[in-house]
Ligand binder design. Structure first.
Ligand code: CAO
Length: 457
């Protein structure tokens, strides 16, 4: 067993007795040498009594509000020393057990003063408001004097341990209201003050500059204060796709390249095929054509059919052409995959798109139906709009958005002619695809859509 030592009240100057205003440890606590044990306060100064050595607090002899005099036993400490148990009786030993107090507001200064001074030098003398920052050690100038401004003194009134705590958190003690006796600032006051400041900053400046690269938090607003509201639980799919979209948005530097394809011939061809498609039990929409044209463009520009290797040091070029097709469902956006588009014909693709879209809407997709895409197409053409900026379905590096085809006057051979123009919005990962490549990709895609015979080339 270690040695039991008594820790006694040290020399407290001219005072017969002083008040214990804070007890900072409890029986059973492990303390390190120099850890503050209690805070004493005289009329003119407050001081922390530090532990003379490391050990475990066995018994506490004082509590907050007690009056103590030099030599009174504060507590007993079981130390790691293995010289056997010893109860020091000799008053002459006091200096061993009662180490130098950590004083504030007193000329006889504490041991950690040099450290405090160093910290003070590092800090700017004014905070962002232009207010004088709390300068804990300034109080030393007032040693032995009653403070001239009681309010000021009250605000700065805190034990060295609390001062240190406030310094660590960057809290200006002069602004902290003390809830302790005589307006003393306690640790809890500092904690509450800092918490309130952080909350205030969030509310008043939700989009304010975050620390480092952290995202600034969104403010939590009770919208019912502005009018009637209804809260709806998001579907599992919507929550999942929200996470995926957010991740892509944050990880991928997006750029969107816009173009228009002259789809006049394509539309005529599609109309021609419609009756035959119907006979085969499928609906011939734009999508199968877009899928075939996209594969031709991916074969021409293999970089677009790739992913960045983990670590971002190399590219993984895919030799397969599995296309994700964004499907709008009541539960949210789902992207099933149509495989090996390069090997399939228009009717087969029309059938597969209808099948996956139908299964997506009826919650019949299997997990493998959603995996393995090398590029994605998202078509809003059936709904409307002229252009949009789709989010790349990372780790794919490109996504083609298609908007509603419109008949427009196009200048051809010295005259305006009506042409059916199909808007394309190609979003890409700029880490992998340069703007020039993106423009070449969409120009090529437009050419293929304008003249589907090119697919054969
Ligand atoms: N321009 C003009 N008409 C178009 C068109 C376009 N770009 N695209 C489709 N149409 C036409 C179709 O040809 C069809 O017309 P007909 O009945 O005359 O043949 C009609 O619009 C309806 O087509 P559709 O939308 O049902 O079929 P589709 O094959 O074009 O699309 C699917 C299928 C599953 C992609 C689509 O239903 C869908 O869900 N789209 C939404 C995708 C989405 O939400 N994307 C957003 C992702 S980003 O948040």
């Amino acid at each position: 067993m270690g040695q039991i030592k008594e820790v006694k009240v040290p020399d407290i100057g001219d005072f017969d007795e002083v008040e214990v205003i804070e007890v900072l440890v409890s029986a059973g606590d492990e303390v390190e040498e120099e850890d503050s044990l209690i805070t004493l306060e005289s009329d003119k100064a407050s001081m922390d009594v530090p532990s003379p050595q490391a050990g475990t607090v066995k018994e506490l002899n004082v509590s907050s509000g007690d009056k103590v005099a030099q030599g009174d036993v504060i507590l007993t400490l079981e130390t790691g020393d293995d010289e056997g148990s010893e109860e020091p009786e000799d008053e002459d030993d006091d200096t061993d057990e009662a180490s130098e107090p950590d004083t504030e507001g007193d000329d006889e200064d504490s041991e950690d003063e040099p450290e405090a001074e160093a910290e003070e030098k590092e800090r700017p003398s004014r905070d962002s408001d232009g207010e004088e920052e709390d300068r804990p050690d300034d109080d030393e100038d007032e040693a032995g004097e009653e403070p001239s401004d009681h309010e000021e003194f009250k605000h700065a009134h805190a034990s060295p341990a609390v001062r240190r705590f406030a310094r660590e958190l960057g809290a200006d003690l002069a602004n902290v209201d003390g809830s302790g006796r005589k307006g003393r600032v306690t640790r809890e006051d500092v904690r509450k003050y800092v918490k309130a400041k952080v909350q205030q900053a969030d509310e008043s400046d939700p989009a304010g500059a975050p620390e480092g690269t952290a995202l600034p938090p969104m403010p939590e607003i009770d919208f019912s204060q502005f009018g009637e509201v209804e809260e709806q639980e998001l579907s599992r799919i919507r929550k999942r796709s929200a996470q995926n979209l957010h991740r892509s948005w944050l990880h991928v530097p997006h750029v969107t390249q816009f173009d228009e394809a002259d789809a006049t011939e394509l539309e005529a061809f599609r109309r021609d095929l419609k009756p035959e498609a119907e006979q085969r039990g499928v609906k011939m929409t734009f999508l199968p054509f877009l899928m075939k044209a996209v594969v031709a463009a991916l074969q021409e520009f293999p970089t677009v059919n790739s992913s960045l290797a983990p670590g971002g040091e190399s590219l993984i070029l895919k030799k397969y052409y599995h296309l994700g097709i964004a499907v709008d469902t009541d539960d949210g956006l789902i992207v099933p995959v149509v495989r090996d588009v390069d090997t399939k014909g228009l009717f087969e693709l029309a059938g597969e798109v209808a099948d996956v879209a139908d299964r997506a809407r009826n919650r019949k997709l299997k997990p493998e139906d959603l995996k393995g895409a090398s590029f994605t197409i998202t078509s809003l053409g059936g709904i409307g709009g002229t252009a949009f900026t789709p989010i790349v379905n990372a780790p794919e590096v490109g996504i083609l958005g298609v908007s509603r085809m419109e008949t427009k006057p196009v200048w051809q051979d010295g005259e305006f002619v009506p042409r059916k123009m199909l808007p394309l919005s190609f979003s890409y990962d700029h880490r992998v695809i340069d703007g020039a490549l993106a423009a070449r990709f969409t120009v090529y895609l437009s050419k293929v859509l304008s003249d589907l015979r090119r697919i054969l080339l």
